[in-house]
Design a protein around this ligand. Structure first.
Ligand SMILES: NC(=O)C1=CN([C@@H]2O[C@H](COP(=O)(O)OP(=O)(O)OC[C@H]3O[C@@H](n4cnc5c(N)ncnc54)[C@H](OP(=O)(O)O)[C@@H]3O)[C@@H](O)[C@H]2O)C=CC1
Ligand SMILES: CC(C)(CO)C(=O)C(=O)O
Length: 318
């Protein structure tokens, strides 16, 4: 299988990063872009070495960039690197060029888009849901900066899948508990992303005293939901008590203290956010009312309500 190229979809930060990573691993990469061609050489600037030490290195990676209409062959390994709200449309555009037994993987944040993608696949195709804690910034159309070293895992999206013994077609990346890992990531995103986006602050700032009551209340509310036996993903989330969440959120906020969260950046640049797949997913699936998460959702979704939401969030929790 190493001889057949990977089809990577989405030439954003993560798509370019994976195109470089796959090429480094010895795979051919065909990269599908939407608006601007990244060309055939990607520059990857790394700020940390493999052990996480500060060290700047620059490498160039060869890929073949195409639009969906330029595709002409069949692919058996596909990696979708779009935002969650673009996932199914991006797949639909390339579906005719994917083999009946293909491995199809996706790496978007949040939950909800994966099930929609699963429904678009043939039963004979395998969907791998992925989660990553790598930090990548796109500087130019063909230039990315790897700002934070992280891990990436893939697991079968369908738990009852007969293909349980199948491995992801890249070594050391298959996990059996992908749903748990995705819920854990979602829990962190549901705190850091909307708060930093609404208050226009860097990730580390949520640990400041000013936000302490809001943080405590948000974590308590989510802890109650994740440990509720009627939450649809309770099997994967019962360990996520308020204290456990506090540790996770504080660690990530500290590690990424100088970064803007993806949602903060999306709002700053007036782009669509992944709100519906983070807070929206929790609101739709929670067995209890989530007044704080609802207010965070509204504050992200409606720019005109943001000032009011800020006051309410600080007022209701102090
Ligand atoms: N960047 C990071 O460090 C991290 C990102 N993630 C998650 O990974 C996912 C991707 O993030 P990121 O790369 O930063 O996002 P970007 O917005 O940088 O990239 C998404 C890319 O998908 C492209 N795209 C959308 N629809 C299509 C389509 N139909 N055909 C081809 N390309 C398409 C977009 O094209 P266009 O340029 O036209 O908009 C864009 O280039 C998100 O869910 C994000 O939350 C998770 C962890 C870290
Ligand atoms: C972990 C975190 C919060 C890092 O910024 C992230 O995943 C995001 O910004 O979407």
């Amino acid at each position: 299988m190493k001889n057949t190229p990977w089809l990577v979809i989405g030439a954003g930060a993560i798509g370019l990063f994976w195109a470089c990573k796959l090429e480094k691993l010895g795979h051919k990469v065909h990269l599908v872009y939407r608006s601007e061609s990244p060309g055939n050489k990607i520059t990857l600037e790394s700020l940390t070495d493999e052990e996480g030490h500060q060290q700047i290195s620059v490498s160039k990676h060869k890929v073949k960039s195409l639009t969906p209409s330029e595709l002409s062959r069949q692919y058996d390994k596909v990696l979708l690197c779009t935002k969650s709200f673009d996932l199914t449309t991006a797949f639909a555009q390339v579906a005719d060029f994917i083999t009946d037994d293909a491995h199809v993987a996706c790496l978007c944040n949040g939950i909800g888009a994966q099930e929609a993608l699963q429904n678009a696949l043939l039963d004979s195709q395998t969907l791998w849901a992925g989660t990553t804690s790598e930090g990548v910034l796109k500087i130019e159309k063909n230039h990315i900066k790897h700002t934070g070293l992280g891990d990436t895992y893939f697991g079968l999206w369908r738990r009852d899948d007969k293909k349980e013994t199948t491995d992801f077609p890249l070594e050391n990346m298959t996990v059996i508990n992908i749903h748990q890992r995705m819920i854990e990531k979602l829990a962190v995103n549901a705190v850091i992303n909307p708060i930093t986006a609404i208050f226009n602050i860097h990730n580390g700032d949520i640990l400041n005293d000013e936000f302490k009551p809001l943080m405590e209340a948000t974590l308590a509310e989510l802890g109650t939901m994740f440990t509720h036996d009627k939450f649809g993903y309770a099997q994967e989330s019962l360990h996520l008590t308020a204290d456990n969440l506090k540790n996770r959120v504080s660690t990530i906020a500290q590690l990424t203290r100088l970064n803007r969260s993806s949602m903060h950046e999306d709002i700053r640049l007036r782009r669509q956010t992944e709100n519906d797949f983070i807070s929206g997913f929790l609101l739709d699936n929670s067995p209890i009312e989530l007044p704080i998460q609802r207010m965070l959702y509204e504050g992200v979704a409606h720019a005109e309500q943001r000032e009011d939401v800020k006051k309410k969030l600080l007022g209701m929790t102090s």
